[in-house]
Write a protein that binds this ligand. Structure first.
Ligand code: NDP
Ligand code: GDR
Length: 345
């Protein structure tokens, strides 16, 4: 029998990949997007799924409880994947209230709709390694204590615990995926990996002189988004609702990613100076191609993330396979192609 899923946040990176996966699995997919003055489906367009006959795009805002109830009542889905969020950590310091309303309370609206409309609906909550924040153990696993370091991390922690609470209180199949950073050519350009690969492509093509970044010492566990949405789906196919870490168990600095991206575009760079004066110089031309701009520093930083996905491997048969080098090369290649054509998303 055909299954029906709601994906909130279908216009985002993960939403597009998850829509592609579920459509391939013959689901009927209801994907929600926000009313904005210029709606943008570029990611689904790139994956070629925007006009799929089993995809229904519905206008919706996660913060509106009434329309959440109406959506769930009307669609009567088998599964809901809550991917919608104000997901940019940096912005969450400037807009903590909006972040709490969308990223925190938004999840509660969906849980309430499930509680009131149909408790058999399975629920996936997009939790995050940002909940570990100032990390209490290395590597981080499902029961590592949380210590969020941003309004985003705090809001996500609320949503995580509400998912656990509705699981325990109402027997709702609510699973929480604690996903570490996952990137792709569809990543938003405000996030550091895509900012770097897009800028490197522009520098290579002579469209930009230099990229400005913040903290180069931050370490992240970066995986490939397309593989992570498979993990989300597997969580809702398991016998029991649970909490799972998805990660690669490898961590690298932002500086390493800068180096890797320039190398991917055939540019060897050398780092000079330190702290706010650090730069990266093109070895062949002597030009400065990366410098620090302190405006990209955060009021509180998450210095080191590395996750162990052993539980997901054992219980879900999920494991990442794309290396960081492959991921970075894929992103640089996509951004070179786009910038050659004047692509601007
Ligand atoms: P994106 O920022 O690319 O996508 C977020 C989506 O949420 C967009 O579709 C956005 O719509 C939508 N959205 C924002 N506010 C609202 C709202 N009020 N009502 C309805 N929809 C809204 O994020 P990703 O795809 O990268 O991530 C997906 C989810 O996973 C997010 O919840 C994120 O916090 C979480 N996560 C992501 C990780 C990562 O590394 N990518 C790691 C761990 C967790 P619009 O296009 O209109 O802005
Ligand atoms: P993050 O991702 O905060 O981990 O959240 P982001 O790519 O924004 O930052 C990663 C690290 O890079 C440092 N950094 C910069 N970051 C940005 N965006 N821009 C810069 O110029 C820059 N320079 C250095 C940051 O300080 C940080 O340490 C992402 C989001 O997808 C969240 O929604 C998700 O939950 C987590 O990953 C897991």
């Amino acid at each position: 029998m055909t299954r029906t899923a709601i994906i909130t946040g279908i216009t985002g990176q993960d939403g597009a990949y998850l829509a592609q996966l579920l459509l391939e699995k013959k689901y009927t997919v209801y994907g929600t997007y926000r009313r904005t003055s210029s709606v943008n489906f570029w990611r689904m367009d790139e994956l070629g799924v925007s006009t799929h006959p089993n995809l229904h795009l519905v206008e919706y805002d996660l913060t509106d409880l009434g329309s959440t109830l109406a959506l769930v009542q009307k669609v009567q889905p088998d599964e809901i994947y809550n991917l919608a969020a104000q997901s940019f950590v940096g912005v969450s310091f400037d807009q903590p209230t909006t972040t709490a309303q969308i990223t925190g309370l938004g999840a509660l609206n969906l849980l309430e709709a499930i509680r009131l409309v149909n408790r058999k609906i399975k629920f996936y909550q997009a939790s995050t390694s940002e909940m570990f924040g100032k990390v209490q153990a290395i590597p981080q696993v499902e029961d590592t204590p949380f210590y969020p370091r941003s309004p985003y991390g705090v809001a996500k922690l609320y949503a995580h615990w509400m998912t656990v609470n509705y699981r325990e209180s109402y027997d709702i199949f609510g699973s929480s995926g604690i996903l570490f950073n996952h990137e792709s050519p569809l990543r938003g350009r405000e996030f550091v990996t895509r900012k770097i690969t897009d800028s490197v492509a522009k520098i290579k093509l002579g469209q930009l002189d230099c990229v400005e970044l913040g903290n180069l010492d931050a370490k992240r566990d970066w995986g490939f988004a397309k593989e992570y949405v498979e993990g989300m789906w597997r969580m809702l196919q398991a016998d029991q609702p649970d909490t799972f870490v998805l990660a690669t168990n490898r961590t690298e600095t932002v500086r390493d990613f800068v180096s890797m991206a320039f190398k991917g575009a055939g540019i060897a760079v050398e780092f000079k100076g330190s702290a706010e004066n650090e730069t990266a110089v093109d070895v062949a031309t002597g030009k400065t191609v990366m410098r620090i701009n302190p405006k990209f520093y955060r009021p509180a930083e998450v210095e080191l993330l590395i996750g162990d996905p052993a539980k997901a491997k054992t219980k879900l048969g999920w494991a990442p396979s794309t290396t960081l080098e492959e991921l970075c090369a894929m992103m640089v290649e996509a951004d070179l192609r786009r910038n050659q054509k004047g692509f601007s998303f």
